[in-house]
Ligand binder design. Structure first.
Ligand SMILES: Cc1cc2nc3c(=O)[nH]c(=O)nc-3n(C[C@H](O)[C@H](O)[C@H](O)COP(=O)(O)O)c2cc1C
Length: 359
């Protein structure tokens, strides 16, 4: 007898889709990742972002479900010149009780500077509680690249190799893991992430994050995730994919294409640490929290930055870009943002934020 093709109801499709999402979350995203004796609780990571991913923001991201968080990039040489960390502690500061697995990210081009910086970091009572030392080989900024650091190291694999070997050797005695973040390559004509990744693994990297853009692209253009797949195919260490992840759907798509082990979210988390809980709760669209929760988190962010800076004015200045991120997409946000930029008093700012339209 001929089989009838009975169309499924919309409702069945929807519940099947929901089930698929939940299965993906349970079987992939919520799986811990073991690296020797270290257990990363799940597969979501907050990408390092200068100006955003300080300890205050990383605590929020961790609370919301990011399993791995990374400091912004910090100069290895800068630390060598500041052994008491008078200038650099504000960037290096970590909160081991409230953050998930923590990576401290260093940039530089001299193996010896990395070693000396690590001596300072890993002998420090609090900083020594980090889990990873992450080496930046992806920063595209001229000031960094000019020194031969950041993404310039992708053009100098011999030096990159020496840096990883040095960092691994040194970190191992402190039981710290070593990770590296890099890009597809320098430009469209020099895509070398695959060979670079093999070299990093052989040199001692224990986890790598691939930002699927070239240095030439900076942060523009679409990330080409195919390069993540190619890297994943040739190494045996965990590979985190990065570039254009903004919800569960994009993470699923990256996983399907690349089979990568973890997912590193950058700009989509700015002003939206809830992204991690939204993803893990299978809410596919970016859902904002209720106004009270939104305000409470931003006020707490502001108060903590003021306390960190030990100055209301400096804390407010530091928060300016964060206010813009938090306000992005809000109906009456442009005028409120402009008014906030003029404020030097936290109570004025709170009143302005309270006037944001959540209807
Ligand atoms: C404002 C900003 C600051 C960044 N700072 C760093 C950094 O300190 N270290 C780093 O490795 N990458 C840094 N990045 C790159 C991000 O970690 C990430 O690779 C990039 O934004 C691509 O991911 P996305 O498409 O999810 O944003 C920064 C990106 C932005 C937008």
């Amino acid at each position: 007898m001929e089989k009838l093709d009975i169309p499924k109801s919309n409702k069945t499709d929807q519940s099947e889709e929901k089930q698929n999402k939940q299965e993906f979350i349970n079987s992939i995203l919520l799986q811990p990742l073991q690296i020797d004796d270290l257990l990363i609780q799940n597969r979501l990571a907050l990408a390092p972002m200068a100006g955003t991913s300080d300890t205050v923001f990383r605590c929020f991201a961790s609370q919301m479900g990011a399993g791995l968080v990374t400091t912004e990039l910090i100069s290895a040489k800068g630390i060598c010149h500041d052994p008491e960390l008078k200038k650099n502690y504000q960037y290096l500061e970590i909160n081991p009780q409230a953050e998930s697995c923590i990576a401290i990210q260093l940039f530089g081009h001299e193996p010896l500077a990395f070693q000396k910086a690590l001596e300072i970091i890993l002998e420090h009572p609090i900083l020594s509680q980090c889990h990873f030392i992450d080496i930046n080989m992806g920063c595209p900024v001229k000031k960094v690249v000019k020194q031969g650091a950041g993404s310039a190291l992708m053009k100098n694999p011999e030096l990159a190799e020496k840096i990883v070997q040095t960092v691994r050797q040194f970190s191992e005695s402190y039981h710290k893991k070593v990770s590296v973040k890099f890009r597809s390559g320098w430009d469209q004509n020099q895509i070398n992430a695959v060979e670079f990744a093999k070299m990093l693994e052989a040199a001692g990297a224990q986890l790598i994050t691939v930002h699927a853009r070239t240095r030439e692209q900076m942060y523009q253009g679409k990330a080409d995730w195919h390069i993540i797949k190619k890297v994943k195919d040739v190494v045996n260490i965990p590979v985190y994919g990065n570039g254009d992840l903004h919800d569960l759907e994009s993470i699923k798509a990256m996983h399907q294409l690349t089979a990568c082990d973890g997912f590193s979210i950058g700009r989509a988390a700015q002003g939206n640490p809830w992204i991690f809980s939204n993803i893990l709760n299978s809410n596919n669209s970016i859902q904002m929290p209720a106004k009270e929760e939104w305000l409470a988190l931003i006020f707490s962010h502001l108060e903590q930055e003021i306390a960190k800076e030990q100055s209301e004015r400096s804390g407010i200045i530091k928060m300016r870009s964060q206010f813009s991120y938090y306000l992005k997409g809000r109906r009456n946000s442009a005028a409120i943002r402009n008014s906030i930029m003029q404020c030097t008093n936290k109570d004025q700012i709170k009143r302005l934020l309270e006037s944001v339209d959540f209807t």
